[in-house]
Design a protein around this ligand. Structure first.
Ligand SMILES: [Zn+2]
Length: 220
């Protein structure tokens, strides 16, 4: 666990314009910098970065914060992950202290969610390539849209069963807990019944900077 003096050093060292500038093209506008907001769709820039205050604020969607919140929000990282990201960016050596039991529990909970998402991604991908329904609807949809097999594989695209509980039943059979399936949003619980959120859809995984799948979204 990162100790407090390291945390302070990271927060003092991080320059908001550099941290945001790795992801957003910023232009000088007076004392501030301006760019297109990465958190909502816009054509006219309303995303402002203030180097002197160490803050960003979007006047379109209202999102605001410092370097750390930017990385957490933009890269879907936890507080400690974002700290480590910034430490790496600024070559700061992290001093560790023993983690608390609460911290350990939180981490294992998060790992469980990632494991469930990774299972679902593989499940949807296998279904796209190997099942008749996946090939007939999902794969042909991607081909019609001009996606090559190489792209489809590289981005781990998939297809969800047109069944009430295709994924949920398979995951439970593999030993995944319904509780975690529900937390990822892939399974919906309703009066003791459980069913898949996504059915008969082509699926895109979302990766974070470290290449980990953090969510799955449907396309049509
Ligand atoms: Zn915005």
């Amino acid at each position: 666990m990162i100790n407090n003096s390291t945390k302070e050093l990271i927060l003092e060292t991080a320059r908001i314009e550099e941290v945001v500038g790795d992801f957003v093209a910023l232009k000088k506008r007076g004392a501030n910098l301006l760019g297109l907001c990465p958190f909502h769709n816009e054509r006219t820039p309303s995303f402002t970065v203030s180097p002197s205050k160490g803050f960003f604020k979007c006047f379109g969607c209202g999102k605001a914060g410092d370097s750390l919140t930017f990385i957490m929000e933009h890269e879907h990282q936890t507080f400690p992950e974002a700290l480590r990201y910034l430490a790496k960016k600024y070559n700061i050596t992290i001093e560790e202290e023993a983690p608390t039991p609460e911290y350990l529990e939180q981490q294992s909970h998060r790992e469980n969610l990632f494991t469930v998402i990774a299972f679902a991604q593989q499940f949807y991908q296998d279904y796209l390539w190997n099942a008749e329904e996946g090939k007939a609807i999902g794969l042909s949809y991607f081909h019609e849209r001009g996606f090559t097999d190489d792209i489809i594989r590289r981005f781990n695209l998939g297809f969800s069963h047109d069944k009430w509980d295709g994924l949920t039943a398979a995951a439970i059979q593999e030993g995944y807990k319904v509780e975690f399936l529900e937390k990822t949003g892939l399974t919906i619980l309703n009066e003791n019944k459980q069913y898949d959120r996504f059915r008969g859809r082509v699926m895109f995984p979302i990766h974070n900077l470290t290449g980990r799948v953090i969510a799955l979204v449907r396309v049509f």
